[in-house]
Design a protein around this ligand. Structure first.
Ligand SMILES: Cc1cc2nc3c(=O)[nH]c(=O)nc-3n(C[C@H](O)[C@H](O)[C@H](O)COP(=O)(O)O)c2cc1C
Length: 218
């Protein structure tokens, strides 16, 4: 699948909360509305630890968020990352993270956010935000978070074609994302040189295979 640059961003908000109609529900509706107003296609889904998350593949950006209860990020979201196929389906996805909690931000950044980030070490994190209780209905704070997601998403897409004009399709990028970061920059540059020399404008998994078996190799 090749992404067309002008296509609206497709985002899904995967969230959890013990409270129906509580502060998290209101917050995700506000985040969703802001994204839709700026032209994105948005869906939301409440997490269950043992659900099937293959639908996540259809989205460009996955926004993960939940409140903290008794020092732990809400359990169905954490459970989904540990027990289901969510983590597998997040491979190569751009992520935004938020937490809702009553603790001061430094504590949340040190003790709560890493509970999510430890599962996302290979993902590109576009934005992360700790929402304090007084910020959860604040349009300006929510607007800033959404703006950061959109801005970083645009930058990430631009960097696909940055120096050479060569594009990567989603599957090829996913393969690149799975490589250790100390090698991926070099492999990317090597592949783009290979593509230029061979008149290729779009790098796909087939092109990666072809390059691997060429004398230039990886
Ligand atoms: C039972 C309970 C336990 C909580 N524990 C914590 C906590 O350990 N650390 C924290 O920062 N906030 C804690 N909070 C604050 C919640 O994270 C915060 O109020 C959040 O916005 C609640 O989201 P909800 O309205 O969707 O349930 C707790 C709130 C409740 C009700």
């Amino acid at each position: 699948m090749t992404r067309i640059e002008e296509r609206p961003m497709r985002a899904i908000i995967l969230y959890d909360s013990r409270t129906t109609g509580g502060s998290t529900d209101r917050l995700i509706d506000s985040i969703g509305r802001e994204l839709v107003e700026s032209g994105a296609y948005v869906e939301k889904a409440k997490c269950r630890a043992l659900a099937d998350y293959s639908f996540v593949k259809e989205f460009d950006v996955v926004i993960l968020g939940a409140p903290v209860y008794y020092l732990v990020v809400s359990s169905q979201l954490l459970g989904a990352l540990v027990q289901s196929n969510l983590k597998k389906n997040l491979r190569g996805k751009k992520i935004a993270l938020f937490l809702a909690c009553g603790s001061p931000e430094p504590m949340a950044l040190t003790f709560y956010l890493p509970q999510l980030k430890v599962h996302l070490v290979r993902n590109r994190i576009l934005a992360e935000k700790i929402f304090a209780p007084h910020q959860m209905d604040d349009p300006e704070t929510i607007g800033d978070f959404v703006e950061e997601i959109e801005e970083e998403y645009r930058k990430a897409n631009k960097s696909r074609t940055r120096s050479t004009g060569i594009q990567w399709d989603d599957e090829a990028l996913e393969i690149l994302d799975q490589m250790p970061s100390i090698f991926s920059g070099k492999i990317r540059a090597t592949m783009e040189t290979y593509a230029q020399q061979n008149g290729i404008t779009l790098i796909t998994p087939a092109v990666l295979d072809e390059a691997r078996s060429s004398p230039m190799g990886f």
